[in-house]
Design a protein around this ligand. Structure first.
Ligand code: ZN
Length: 561
C-alpha cells in the first residue's frame, strides 16, 4: 500500500489496556509451552498494529509539524505512550517469569529476554508523568528548530535550507550564512538552555526514581546496550583521541592549504568548504537522482532490486524540504505493511545522495528482516543499525559516477576523509553527555564551557572565535540527538569504524564483503552487537589499536588519491 493511502486511526488506550491485561492474565495461567507460544503470537500481532498506528502518526507529524491533526495525534502519543508502558511491562514481567521461559529461549534464543530485562529497568509506574514531561520537552525543541525562518539570499530559509551555503564557493557568502544561522540560535539561547536544563533535570529525576544516582546507566539501558558498557565506550574514546584526532587534524591542515587559508586553524565558515572550486555536488534533479538510485540497486543485487522497487511503488520516501517539515533524516517502519519509510530534506549537496545510500541502507536492513519472528528480534541497537547504513554508503561506491559525474573522484575523497573527520566530533558529543549526566547540576554556562574544552581536545584545528554561537560553546544546541535521544551518538562513531572495515574488505573482494554484510543484516537483532562483529570477523572497536589499523588503511587510500 502507498504511504499516503495508509489509513490511520488513533489507537484506543482503553482497548489496549484491556487487551494487555487479558494477555498477561492468560500468560500467567498458561498450562503449556504451546499455549504460551500462542499467547505470545497474539501479543506480537496486536503490538504490530499499535506500533504501526503510532509510527504513521509520528511520520506524518514530522512531514508537517504545523499540521493541526497530526500535531494533536503527536500530543496524544506523548501522553498515551508512557501510560501504556505499565501494561506492557506487566506482560513482559509475566513472560520473564513464565515456567515455559526455557522453551521460549530454546526456540528464540536468549536475547529477547536479556533486552526485556534491560527495558524493564527503564520504567516504573512512578515515572509516567516524568516521561510525559520529557516527551513534551523534546517536542518543544524539535518544533523550535523546525520553526526557523531565516531571511537570506532574498529567501526565507529553514536551518536545513541555509546549510548548503556553508559550502558556497564565495567566502563572504559562507561567512554571512554562518552569521545568519548563528544569530537565529543566539536569539533563542535562553530558551534552548532552558529546555535542555529541564530535560537534564527530568531525566535525573527518572533515574533517581529507578534507583540510580545519575541518568547515565538508564541511558545505556534505553539504548539497549546489551554487550558493552561505559568503560568499553571510554576505551573507544581513548582510541579516537590517540589515533583518529591526529589524522583528522592532518586532513584538516591539508584542507586549509587546498582552499588557501592562512595559518593552521580553520574558521567555522571554512570548515565545510573542502575544495577551492567547490565540493562535489550531485548532478540532476531529484527525479534524476531517484532514477539512478533505482538503477544502482537493480545492479547491486537481486534482493536490493526487489527492495527499491517496493519502496518506490509504495511512495515510501519523502525527501523534499519544506517549511514546517522537521529537520534531518531518518528511517522508520510500518510493520503491518512490512514497509520501511525514509524521511529526508534534500538540499542540493552530496548529503542528498546519502538518502539513497545511508537511509536506504537502514531501510534495506529493515526490509530483509521484515518477517523475522518474534518482531522484537528485529529491534537491533543503534550502532548495529548504523553499520547497516554506513556500510551501504561504501557498497554503493561503484555507482557514484551516475550521481557525481566528473566530480566522482572528489566525492570519494571527501566521503572517506569526512568519515574519519566525523569520528572526533561524534565522540565529543558522547563525552559531553557523560559529563552532563554525571553532573546534572551544572549551570548552562558551565555546560557551554565544557563543550569548548572538548572542542579543543577533539577538534583542535578549529578557530571558533568569530561567531558567538560557536565561540561561547553553544554548537551542541543544534545537535538534536543531545536533546532527543541521550547517549545516542557514539553509535555513529563505532559504526563508522565497522563500516570502514567493510569498505576495506570491499576494495579487495566485493563478493565476499557483500556476502558478509548480507549475513550481518540477516541476523537483525537476534545477536548482540559484539556477537555480530565476532560472527563477521570484524575487529572490536573497543580495542584502541584496532582503530589505528582501520584509520591506517583509510589514510593509505587517501594518500594515493
Ligand atoms: Zn543512520
Amino acid at each position: 500500500m502507498k504511504f499516503p493511502q495508509m489509513p490511520y486511526t488513533r489507537p484506543d488506550v482503553e482497548e489496549i489496556k484491556a487487551k494487555l491485561t487479558d494477555l498477561t492474565a492468560r500468560l500467567k495461567s498458561s498450562s503449556s509451552a504451546e499455549e504460551t507460544f500462542d499467547i505470545y503470537k497474539e501479543y506480537d500481532d496486536f503490538n504490530k498494529h499499535t506500533m504501526s498506528m503510532f509510527n504513521i502518526a509520528s511520520i506524518r507529524y514530522t512531514l508537517d509539524t504545523t499540521d493541526k491533526f497530526y500535531n494533536e495525534e503527536q500530543n496524544f502519543s506523548i501522553e498515551a505512550g508512557p501510560k501504556l508502558r505499565a501494561f506492557e511491562q506487566s506482560f513482559f514481567d509475566a513472560l520473564l517469569e513464565s515456567p515455559f521461559r526455557a522453551d521460549m529461549e530454546a526456540e528464540w534464543g536468549p536475547i529477547l529476554f536479556t533486552n526485556r530485562e534491560m527495558a524493564s529497568k527503564t520504567f516504573s509506574p512512578e515515572i509516567v508523568a516524568d516521561l510525559q514531561e520529557e516527551g513534551r520537552l523534546v517536542k518543544q525543541y524539535n518544533e523550535l528548530i523546525a520553526s526557523a525562518q531565516i531571511e537570506f539570499d532574498g529567501k526565507t530559509l529553514t536551518l536545513a535550507q541555509i546549510s548548503p551555503y556553508y559550502q558556497n564557493t564565495c567566502q563572504d557568502t559562507r561567512k554571512a550564512a554562518i552569521k545568519a544561522s548563528s544569530a537565529w540560535y543566539m536569539e533563542r539561547a535562553d530558551k534552548l538552555d532552558g529546555i535542555f536544563d529541564e530535560l537534564v533535570k527530568v531525566r535525573t529525576r527518572i533515574a533517581n526514581k529507578l534507583g540510580h544516582d545519575t541518568f547515565t546507566q538508564v541511558g545505556y539501558y534505553r539504548m539497549q546496550r546489551n554487550s558493552y558498557d561505559r568503560n568499553d565506550v571510554a576505551k573507544f574514546r581513548d582510541g579516537v583521541v590517540k589515533y583518529i584526532v591526529p589524522i583528522a587534524a592532518r586532513l584538516k591542515a591539508e584542507q586549509a592549504k587546498r582552499i588557501g587559508v592562512d595559518g593552521t586553524k580553520l574558521k567555522i565558515h571554512d570548515d565545510s568548504f573542502q575544495y577551492p572550486e567547490g565540493n562535489a555536488k550531485p548532478i540532476g534533479t531529484p527525479d534524476d537522482i531517484f532514477a539512478h538510485g533505482k538503477t544502482m540497486y537493480h545492479e547491486l543485487s537481486g534482493e536490493t532490486a526487489e527492495f527499491i522497487d517496493f519502496m518506490m511503488e509504495n511512495d515510501l520516501f519523502d525527501v523534499l524540504t519544506r517549511p514546517g517539515k522537521r529537520s534531518g533524516g531518518y528511517c522508520s517502519s510500518i510493520p503491518i505493511y512490512r514497509a520501511p519509510f525514509i524521511f529526508a530534506n534534500f538540499n542540493g549537496t552530496s548529503g542528498d545522495i546519502d538518502v539513497l545510500t545511508h537511509e536506504a541502507g537502514h531501510a534495506f536492513a529493515g526490509y530483509v528482516a521484515r518477517d523475522m519472528y518474534p518482531s522484537l528480534l528485529r529491534r537491533y541497537s543503534m550502532e548495529t543499525a548504523e553499520v547497516h547504513s554506513m556500510a551501504m554508503e561504501f557498497f554503493t561506491w561503484p555507482w557514484m559516477e551516475g550521481f557525481f559525474g566528473d566530480q566522482t573522484q572528489k566525492y570519494y575523497y571527501s566521503h572517506l576523509a569526512s568519515a574519519l573527520i566525523f569520528i572526533p566530533y561524534g565522540t565529543m558529543v558522547d563525552e559531553f553527555q557523560h559529563h552532563i549526566y554525571d553532573k546534572p547540576n551544572m549551570t548552562p554556562k558551565e555546560r557551554n564551557n565544557l563543550w569548548l574544552e572538548l572542542e579543543a581536545k577533539y577538534r583542535p584545528w578549529l578557530d571558533l572565535s568569530d561567531t558567538p554561537f560557536y565561540g561561547e560553546g553553544r554548537r551542541w544546541q543544534g545537535q538534536s540527538h543531545i536533546f532527543g535521544m541521550p547517549f545516542y551518538y557514539i553509535d555513529y562513531c563505532i559504526a563508522q569504524i565497522m563500516a570502514l572495515s567493510f569498505w576495506a574488505q570491499d576494495q579487495k573482494d566485493h563478493d565476499a564483503a557483500w556476502a558478509k554484510y548480507r549475513r550481518f543484516l540477516g541476523f537483525a537483532g537476534s545477536k548482540t552487537f559484539v556477537q555480530l562483529i565476532e560472527d563477521a570477523g570484524l575487529p572490536t572497536p573497543f580495542e584502541p589499536n584496532n582503530l589505528k589499523d582501520v584509520a591506517d588503511a583509510t589514510v593509505e587510500w587517501l594518500n594515493k588519491a
